[in-house]
Design a binder for this molecule. Structure first.
Ligand code: BGC
Length: 734
């Protein structure tokens, strides 16, 4: 029986449920009339049945990708990888596409960078973002989307910072889970990446000047392709792995991409400890692993240690090499079966056989709906860092605005596999012009001559100076100044000149992560809008004019100087020791991001979790209660100002240090984003399970609650503990 119509299908399903007829349940897909097409069987059973029919050549053929792109299409409009099926047995071809900002295949809606989503501190919005990214990938005919990127920002110089959800594991975990759930609700399979320790791309000989020229960079020291991340067990378990663990256990992600780098001396895509012991045995992963492009170094190394699929161009998984490895007895046919079974099982479990192929026809993309999500993410991520004299929101008495800086007219995407091209771009300059309307004069200067820009700024009531940085895959930034790379001019000097000419200057920072803001005390306001996407213009304008409260909070610490970074301590930490800097010591341990600043007593420019609102909030009524093996913390948030706004109460715990196990002063364990009208209050409650109270005990190789008194703080950033309490843990006392 070939693909039955859905009415017939429901009839058959209905009758078989009633036990009236014994017809195998079959879905309206492309599975064909095979025993494994019986949808009442488990995915494992279906995979068993199909596997038994495949020849060795067919199985070997499934392990490596077949092409990078579909023939007959311009190179910028094709999938990122194609895995041919087995037509003889109706095994479908699987199409893959990047990435974390939506499909990198022709044009897409132009979502903001994921770091902007992270600043929104809103898992529900992350689900909508994932839904848009995956549904657009689906409408371009893809079965798998290579996203999200959940690597941690260990150093904000890392080229892929813009693709991530920031420096904190808990925030990354919550957003990653929702992103994947949203994405997979479309029928597309998500791909959480890069497992694990891919926290740098490498330094360039020119200090970052080349990174923007070559899509994959020209890394020199500490290059991701060969670099060895030396990470101790506790740090791996607490900082770098939990977001992958939750992707597997909670979000049921279908695929995991292993990273280029080595972890503790073994390449991540042939690292048995990670791919088999942790991912499968510890966490119960049942999907399949995908190697990053060219990340595999040995055929037997991949096959025997847990890599299921190597995309095109397969280096290790070329059929001839696999055949040779089999002939030499370096791998067994059972191992081949194991990998193929995992793929088949996943495709059965995610419905790939039981539906029609997704059609590549992006005229069906709902640009209005997706554009609305893109705009909302930009609004919710806009992070107000400074607002002197209430310069924002712009008051109705403002009659003229000078918009300065070429980047106010540009669509900024990070480089590499997270780059996208937008259907249409609504620039910041256009957004401001449209929102200002005819009663407000908007003048524009590209900022190429700071003195001229200052004069234009002076002639207006308010100046909005727009700057940008540049992040991209393949190479790290040479430094964190806006002048790295130099091609965007001396933007620091531009801001200074404009601020000197106009006291009511608003700096709009388009950043893929962190750029130093040395002039921050000289401008009236700083609004960090990240890479706000193709609908950034209307979003930014709405925030500037106060139509919407700035919803963002920092998912990364902004340092006062680069010397404050945890990785600035020694070249062994970053980019790495040795002639090519290939051995990177993660010896700051779990003290990444704000945990490092807290431990060292450093005062950053702006702390993690920080962001202002146009209104004010009060927090009160902290309650901390022990519950079984966990606890419940609640607090009341009240809008004490005169505008509706967003509050993001954040819960931090300081677990008691144990002998030889130092704990961070505070670690994020909960957050909630609430919108409150003037005078309104709400009670927010955070549940802490046993894991939230635990640390990884490397001696016993398990999670453990250490006895003592934990500090509990609820506040509006990692540094502002509005409410303080305590919680006895592990049988300890306070
Ligand atoms: C990146 C992956 C990406 C792949 C395909 C690699 O260079 O590291 O994240 O999915 O390319 O474009």
């Amino acid at each position: 029986m070939r693909a039955a119509g859905s009415a017939v299908l429901s009839l058959v399903l209905g009758l078989s449920v009633l036990g009236a007829v014994q017809v195998p349940a079959q879905a309206a897909g492309r599975c064909g009339d095979h025993p494994w097409c019986d949808t009442s069987l488990s995915p494992d059973r279906r995979a068993d049945l199909l596997l038994a029919e495949l020849t060795l050549d067919e199985k070997v053929g499934l392990l490596g990708g077949d092409s990078l792109r579909d023939t007959g299409k311009p190179s910028d409009q094709t999938h990122t990888g194609i895995q041919d099926g087995v037509p003889r047995l109706d095994v479908p071809t699987i199409n893959y596409s990047d990435g974390p900002v939506g499909p990198r295949q022709g044009r897409s809606i132009g979502l903001p960078a994921p770091i902007a989503l992270a600043a929104g501190f809103d898992p529900a919005l992350a689900a909508r973002f994932g839904t848009v990214a995956a549904s657009e990938a689906k409408l371009k005919g893809n079965d798998v989307v290579y996203a999200p990127t959940v690597d941690i920002v260990r150093t904000p110089r890392a080229g892929r910072t813009f693709e991530t959800f920031g420096e904190d594991t808990y925030l990354t975990t919550r957003l990653g889970v929702s992103w994947i759930q949203g994405a997979q609700s479309t029928g597309v399979i998500a791909n959480v990446k890069h497992f694990v320790g891919n926290n740098q791309e490498g330094e360039e000989p020119t200090g970052g000047e080349l990174s923007s020229l070559s899509p994959l960079g020209i890394p020199f020291r500490g290059a991701r392709y060969l670099q060895d991340a030396i990470i101790d067990e506790r740090t791996l378990r607490e900082t770098y792995l939990p977001q992958f663990e939750a992707a597997v256990k909670e979000a049921k992600v279908g695929t995991v991409m292993c990273a280029y780098n080595r972890v503790n001396s073994e390449f991540a895509c042939q690292n048995r400890t990670l791919l088999e012991d942790v991912l499968r045995k510890d966490w119960g992963f049942q999907g399949y692993t995908i190697g990053d492009y060219l990340a595999l170094h040995s055929t037997a190394g991949g096959l025997n240690n847990g890599l299921d699929f190597e995309p095109w161009p397969p280096i290790g998984y070329q059929p001839a090499l696999i055949r040779t490895a089999l002939a030499l007895g370096r791998v067994s046919e059972r191992t081949i079966d194991l990998h193929v079974h995992r793929m088949l099982r996943t495709w059965f479990a995610y419905g790939v056989f039981d539906r029609a192929a997704f059609r590549d026809d992006d005229s069906r993309i709902d640009r209005v709906a997706d554009g609305a999500v893109a705009q909302r993410v930009a609004e919710q991520g806009a992070t107000l860092l400074r607002n002197q004299g209430g310069v924002l929101p712009l008051s109705s008495s403002v009659r003229s605005i000078a918009v300065i800086g070429r980047s106010s007219t540009e669509f900024i995407a990070g480089g590499g596999s997270g780059s996208v091209e937008a259907f249409e771009v609504h620039s910041i300059l256009d957004g401001i012009r449209q929102r200002a309307g005819s009663g407000v004069k908007v003048t524009y200067d590209d900022g190429s001559d700071p003195a001229r820009a200052a004069a234009v700024a002076r002639a207006a009531d308010v100046a909005v100076v727009v700057v940008r940085d540049q992040y991209g895959e393949g190479a790290d930034r040479g430094c964190l100044s806006l002048q790295c790379p130099r091609r965007h001019g001396d933007q620091d000097a531009l801001v200074e000149a404009v601020a000197a000419g106009q006291p009511r200057t608003v700096a709009l920072v388009q950043s893929g992560g962190v750029s130093l803001l040395p002039w921050r005390d000289k401008v009236a306001a700083v609004l960090q809008v990240w890479y706000p996407g193709a609908y950034g213009g209307p979003a930014v304008a709405r925030v500037l004019f106060g139509d919407v409260d700035p919803g963002g909070r920092l998912p990364v610490t902004i340092p006062d100087a680069e010397s404050q970074l945890p990785t600035a301590v020694s070249p062994a930490r970053y980019p790495g020791a040795g002639p090519l800097g290939l051995r990177t010591q993660y010896d700051e341990g779990i003290f990444v991001g704000y945990r490092w600043y807290d431990r060292q007593g450093l005062r950053p420019a702006y702390p993690f979790g920080f962001g202002l609102s146009y209104t004010t909030f009060r927090m009160s009524g902290l309650s901390v209660e022990r519950r079984d093996t966990g606890a419940t913390v609640s607090a009341t948030v009240t809008n004490t100002g005169s505008r509706t706004g967003y509050a993001v109460p954040q819960l931090y715990l300081g677990l008691p240090s144990q002998r030889g196990v130092e704990q961070p002063r505070s670690a994020l364990k909960g957050f909630r984003k609430v919108q409150l009208a003037p005078g309104a209050s709400t009670r927010v409650t955070f549940s802490l399970d046993e894991r939230a109270l635990s640390y990884w005990d490397a001696t016993s190789d398990r999670w453990r609650v250490g006895p003592g008194c934990a500090s509990v703080t609820v506040g509006s950033s990692s540094r502002s503990a509005e409410l303080r309490g305590t919680l006895p843990v592990g049988g300890g006392r306070c």
